[in-house]
Design a protein around this ligand. Structure first.
Ligand SMILES: C[S@@+](CC[C@H](N)C(=O)[O-])C[C@H]1O[C@@H](n2cnc3c(N)ncnc32)[C@H](O)[C@@H]1O
Length: 396
């Protein structure tokens, strides 16, 4: 996006958020704020025309994902998808959150005619256009859906989709857990009477000033409210701890479990089991923003111009699936999963230019260890290739 487009996207989102705060009595829970700034039609980070995915900031991109980094990612995952299609007797693939369409191209290129239909479900209309462009070659096989159908069969994949789902923010103070939300910063907005929309109810405590959100002096800031929510720490964490809970991602898995009548599902994302996520030393949570390949911790600034994500609590995801009727096939690191799926052999056959970026998929300090894979089955378990060694389900 050009600079003037970026400024108008941010300013329009700012107005939208201020209106939502006003309609909601002066305070907006963080998950609703996150949903707006990521997905508001035409404006949110994933809905606007910004480039988002790519290798380097010079391309105008903000971050790189595994399928953008190397096609060997999708080629290795294809071995798992092929085995799951065969084991479940299905012939459809469903991809949630397909981004630029890179993973779909890799899977379709490897799986060929064994996939009767490849359906993409993505919240973003602008990304759908990019996906259509990228997948023109497979036009006869690819379909798009706006939401999950009432019933579905096949193998589901999702790379970095769970981390893009809005989270609720919680703060642990002297009063116990409170939910953290967003209010208009009346101090920063005092120059403009029109901005004094969100006089804070007395029960709200402000925590810090946000930076200028639209370059025009308007801003948001944090405020906490009483809540019945809590985070599953084993014992009370240090005062001041901020963390996230993932109701939306868990509800998504539960809905998927109900609607998938037969098949399997594999989700790849960064995150940890619950005991590691809600560890007393993790006092700042995992919420972060990505812009131009830099990371920051201020989601209240530059609305619509940066990605906002939180790590995945894989224990919560596993329980949500199990409670709704899925069997957990396995859980392991991305490195272990991809090696089990034959990435080592693919690397041996690759030239140096292809092998170097693909190594990052495996390296512990890159994507190999922080990223995990969880697999589910519906209608009968099978020994999934990706978890054939190094399964860590017992840590969930
Ligand atoms: C971080 S991007 C990952 C894109 C791609 N999978 C990749 O690895 O490059 C997150 C994607 O998930 C999509 N998304 C977020 N929530 C979704 C949901 N509930 N259903 C479908 N897609 C969703 C976003 O629009 C975006 O395409």
């Amino acid at each position: 996006m050009h600079e003037h487009q970026s400024a108008s996207v941010s300013a329009a989102l700012l107005r939208l958020v201020r209106e939502a705060i006003a309609r909601n009595g002066g305070w907006l829970p963080f998950d609703r704020f996150m949903a707006m700034v990521l997905y508001a039609p035409g404006l949110g980070y994933y809905a606007n025309t910004g480039r988002k995915f790519g290798h380097l900031p010079a391309s105008g991109s903000d971050f790189v994902t595994a399928p953008e980094l190397s096609p060997l990612f999708g080629q290795a995952l294809a071995h798992q998808v092929a085995q799951a299609l065969q084991a479940t007797g299905t012939d459809e693939v469903w991809e949630f959150g397909a981004g630029s369409g890179a993973l779909a191209a890799q899977l379709l290129g490897s799986l060929g005619a064994s996939v009767r239909r490849y359906t993409i479900v993505d919240l973003s209309a602008s990304l759908r256009e990019r996906q259509q462009e990228a997948l023109r070659r497979w036009a006869g096989q690819v379909a798009w859906a706006d939401a999950l159908p009432a019933q579905m069969q096949g193998v589901v994949v999702g790379n970095e989709v769970l981390d893009a789902m809005p989270v609720q923010l919680l703060h642990f103070g002297a009063e116990g857990w409170q939910e953290r939300g967003v209010v208009v910063d009346n101090v920063a907005s005092a120059g403009d009477p029109d901005r004094r929309l969100g006089d804070h109810p007395a029960s709200i405590a402000n925590h810090r000033s946000a930076s200028d959100a639209a370059g025009d002096g308007a801003a948001f800031t944090w405020a906490d409210r009483a809540t019945t929510l809590s985070a599953p720490f084993e014992s009370p964490p240090p005062i001041g701890t901020v963390t996230e809970v993932h109701a939306q991602a868990e509800a998504f898995i539960a809905t998927l479990a109900e609607r998938l009548t037969r098949g399997a599902a594999f989700f790849i994302d960064y995150g940890f089991p619950q005991a590691e996520y809600y560890h007393p030393q993790r006092t700042g949570g995992t919420l972060m923003c990505h812009r131009a390949h830099c990371v920051d911790a201020d989601p209240l600034a530059d609305l619509g111009l940066k990605d906002i994500t939180a790590h995945v609590n894989f224990t919560g995801i596993a329980l949500a699936g199990q409670d709704a009727g899925l069997d957990v096939l396995g859980y392991t690191s991305q490195a272990r999963f991809l090696l089990n799926c034959g990435l080592g052999e693919l690397l041996q056959g690759a030239d140096v230019r292809a092998a170097v970026p693909a190594q990052k998929l495996l390296m512990e300090h890159e994507m190999g260890e922080l990223f995990k894979v969880i697999g589910f089955a519906k209608g009968g378990e099978f020994d999934a290739l990706g978890f054939s060694s190094g399964d860590r389900s017992h840590t969930l």
